[in-house]
Design a protein around this ligand. Structure first.
Ligand SMILES: [Zn+2]
Length: 212
């Protein structure tokens, strides 16, 4: 049985998900930990629960989802895994992002292993299937657990909303297609854990999401 711990990190209020099961093996999806305090909160939780982190996953490479990758690499020796298409994103190597009036700095860490559509990420007694759901960014992935009936959608699908498509290589038509053909194919009771704000279900989004 998958346990899901949510941290809301950095000024953009990004959802960082720590997933673990009875074996105590864990993966992290989109580590947005920015401040010293946020990093400590995360590593304290991992230590107190006695978890062994096995994968660092990214749904996509927008800065608010990757701010903590450098910390995870330094602390646990794990490099992030993500879809290769996002790696061409401008500015990624500089590690400096201006967002409104705030400047974010991070240690860029790049994948040694990329994740393709339909690939499985296994840890402990759990597995996640990667679904390529481009549109918000070209390499956007969602991570689906059939057994635990949940999907981590990054910034593709939100509760009653969808991701913005005015950023680098964003495409509204592509995003709507991704949601319709990949995410809305999942069972209605699947819980949606988005990159920002509150969870939902596939059934509720099919019924109430006006953007799709
Ligand atoms: Zn994003």
């Amino acid at each position: 049985m998958l346990q899901i711990k949510v941290f809301v990190f950095n000024p953009v209020r990004e959802n960082t998900y720590l997933l673990y099961d009875e074996t105590k093996e864990a993966v992290i999806i989109d580590c947005g930990a920015d401040s010293h305090d946020e990093k400590k909160q995360l590593s304290d939780f991992i230590r107190e629960k006695g978890l062994a982190l096995t994968h660092v996953l990214n749904t996509h490479l927008h800065f608010d989802h990757i701010l903590g990758n450098g910390f995870l690499y330094e602390t646990y020796g794990l490099k992030p895994e993500y879809n290769r298409a996002d790696e061409a994103m401008p500015g990624l190597k500089e590690g400096v992002v201006k967002f409104g009036r705030t400047i974010f700095k991070y240690e860029p860490v790049f994948a040694e292993r990329y994740i393709d559509d339909k690939e499985t990420v296994a840890f402990g007694a759990s597995r996640l299937e990667a679904l390529l759901t481009p549109g918000h960014s070209p390499g956007s992935l969602s991570f689906y657990s059939e057994k635990d009936a949940c999907v981590f959608t990054g910034d593709a699908l939100f509760r009653s909303s969808i991701g913005r498509t005015d950023l680098w290589e964003g495409n509204h038509e592509t995003l709507v297609q991704s949601i319709k053909t990949k995410l809305f194919n999942l069972p209605d009771n699947t819980i949606v854990y988005p990159g920002h704000a509150e969870p939902s279900t596939i059934g509720a989004e099919k019924q109430y999401n006006h953007y799709v």
